[in-house]
Write a protein that binds this ligand. Structure first.
Ligand code: PLP
Length: 428
């Protein structure tokens, strides 16, 4: 495949946009080469500026769970746009999507919409701090909760890819309030509570980590965190920006049967438009302005186009009882195929998967936390990535990312991908 026009476009972009991209992980820094410039997308495919068709396993990093240019979403956005694109007043649409979200997700009474997953997590932590009147939070190494200052402490994918786990610009004062724990290590969390008695406002966690590859929680780990929080008067925040409306209708809370105090959303909930949200029980959510003292706001929050897109997406997921089992079956089929081909090629690998999130690690050892995630053989990953790209399969340009499976993928697409992996694996 030729990527001549993409390369030219990247050279032009680099002159006026830092690194040529508006979000670092889009650059091909960790795999080498230049990014693909996409012209349009439909269903399971991306079409780039050079006319190549790529089977897409990134899906805008998660949102396009029903495929690109999903018609009900596209039509809803077009119709809304004709009536005005932003009012700065409440709209009935916001209540409609809020009611639907609250009905789908367990254990939440109220939800507030923002413009990104970053905003959702940042606001959730402020709310937890205001509610508990405590300042420290626990986050897990390798988990990413957006690029707000408090979270850029061993923050997984993007930060790992660029070798700057602690970004310059984050003050020591901010960093000291973020306590780092090891994913899946309960004792570590207990020790932090012991050493910071009555100071920890909340634990924030990706209930299935998706920013150091896909790392599911160990059996009972989330429930144990719930108990530790209860015993210490801290809140449990599930960052469901990736897992929300993907692993189950009610996200990870439903899948694992564990209640969080605050849940954050992004990606799927916006149907591909810029949306984030955070939600919780009345007693916590009523701590927010204008009813409560914790301030949080946004000129474009609840934007009608974004709400129209999100509403159509949630309606589609809510009305299709089989969607999540279908995604599970497709991803399990893909996993089986990848295993067969990598094993046949005598490669050393580990595959992690939960539902429609999956990652391939070139390492023989179990990948259960940040330390084991970064052990993988990045040189082999680079060849794997570029080999697949040549074959028309687009996975994330970093070894520390999850693949997101879309329902638009057919079994033919999955076989096409598995065949591509067979070809590529022979040369690794
Ligand atoms: N939380 C998680 C788990 C994420 O994966 C991401 C983004 O990838 C974010 C938060 C931040 O979301 P956004 O990029 O919309 O700000």
């Amino acid at each position: 495949m030729l990527y001549q026009r993409s390369s030219q476009l990247f050279a032009e972009a680099e002159k006026v946009i830092p690194g040529g991209v508006n979000s670092p992980v889009r650059a091909f820094k960790s795999v080498g080469g230049t990014p693909i410039f996409v012209k349009e997308a439909k269903g399971a495919y991306l079409y780039d500026e050079d006319g190549n068709r790529l089977v897409d396993y990134i899906n805008s990093w998660g949102p396009m769970i029903l495929g690109h240019a999903y018609e009900p979403v596209v039509n809803a956005v077009i119709e809304r746009a004709k009536k005005g694109t932003s009012f700065g007043t409440p709209t009935a649409l916001e209540t409609e999507i809020a009611e639907l979200a609250v009905s789908m997700v367990p254990n939440i009474d109220k939800i507030r919409f923002v413009n990104s997953g970053t905003e959702a997590c940042m606001s959730a932590v402020r709310l937890a701090r205001g509610y508990t009147k405590r300042e420290k939070i626990i986050k897990f190494a390798g988990c990413y909760h957006g690029h707000s200052d408090s979270f850029l402490i061993q923050a997984g994918s993007g930060a790992v890819t660029f070798g700057s786990p602690n970004s310059p610009g984050v003050t020591q004062g901010t960093a000291k309030d973020t306590l780092l724990a090891t994913y899946n290590d309960l004792q570590n969390v207990k020790d932090l509570f012991e050493a910071n008695k009555n100071e920890i406002a909340a634990i924030i966690i990706e209930p299935v980590a998706g920013n150091m590859g896909c790392i599911p929680p160990a059996e009972g780990f989330l429930q144990a965190l719930r108990e530790v929080c209860d015993a210490n008067g801290a809140l449990l925040i599930f960052d469901e920006v990736m897992t929300g409306f993907r692993l189950a209708k009610g996200g990870a809370q439903e899948l694992f049967g564990v209640k969080a105090d605050i849940v954050t959303f992004g990606k799927v909930i916006g149907g591909g438009l810029p949306v984030g949200a955070f939600a919780g029980r009345n007693e916590i959510m009523n701590y927010l302005a204008p009813v409560g003292p914790v301030y949080q706001a946004g000129t474009l929050s609840g934007n009608p186009l974004a709400m129209a897109a999100g509403l159509e997406m949630l309606k589609a997921l809510n009305s299709d009882e089989a969607i999540f089992s279908r995604l599970e079956e497709k991803t399990a089929y893909l996993e089986k195929g990848i295993r067969e081909k990598l094993t046949a090629a005598n490669l050393v690998y580990t595959i992690n998967r939960k539902g429609s999130m999956i990652s391939v690690h070139f390492d023989a050892n179990p990948v259960t936390d940040f330390k084991t995630a970064v052990n993988g053989d990045n040189e082999t990953f680079k060849k794997f990535f570029h080999g697949l790209l040549k074959e028309g399969v687009y996975i994330a340009p970093s070894a520390y990312e999850t693949w997101f499976i879309t329902d638009a993928l057919t079994y033919e697409d999955l076989d096409f991908t598995i065949n591509a992996i067979e070809k590529v694996a022979k040369d690794l």
